[in-house]
Design a protein around this ligand. Sequence first.
Ligand SMILES: [Zn+2]
Ligand SMILES: [Zn+2]
Length: 225
Amino acid sequence: MTTIQIRADLHVHTTYSNDSLITPKHLIHYAKKNGLNAVAVTDHNYLTGALKIAKDTKDFLIIPGIEISSTNGHIIALNITEPIPQGLTATETIEHIHTLDGTAIACHPYVYFKGCLRNNVNNKFDAIEVINARAFPFQNSIKKAKETAEKLRLPQVAGTDAHYGPQIGYAYTTIDTTEPTAEAIAKAIKHGHCQAHGQQVPPVLNLQQQIQRLQRMVNKIALKI
Ligand SMILES: [Zn+2]
Ligand SMILES: [Zn+2]
């Protein structure tokens, strides 16, 4: 059976997350521009947007996902069709994801300023996000996540956690799959047919993101006056 290699950013937030500037149009534009051939939409505790973008996009592969706030830290679910509630424990969240036949990823497990799992990462997960392009401290978080993945013998993936279009693609996962579908890709990750790559998002892009967020807030206030 022939396999094809997919290059996907597995962690992107769109405007369906309140804190992101990425419209569906920006998502596709920057994913293509930055050399990807798939992208996972993983909005905070909200699946409907990802499902809509996947349905409406005909010329690019969208993997619907969600980033769930469990009581123990953030968890990404890929390829699910029903939302998973926030506020469950990590174990309950993983069980819920598996009931829906989805793929459970421990995202940014060792970082500051994000909800991270730390010692709640276990081998019930299907994969670990070892590179998060917006992690702090960047190198140390990769080292710790890779050590954990190797110890638990779990597949390693990467994503940017982009909230601003130009950030998309700085970290990405290559996946060997038999079919270019969200379902086949999510299964291939479970089987470990994937590799994590990437680098840190340049600080200037994070600064631009903050400036644009402020501009958006100012515009909103100006409209109300
Ligand atoms: Zn997160
Ligand atoms: Zn995120």
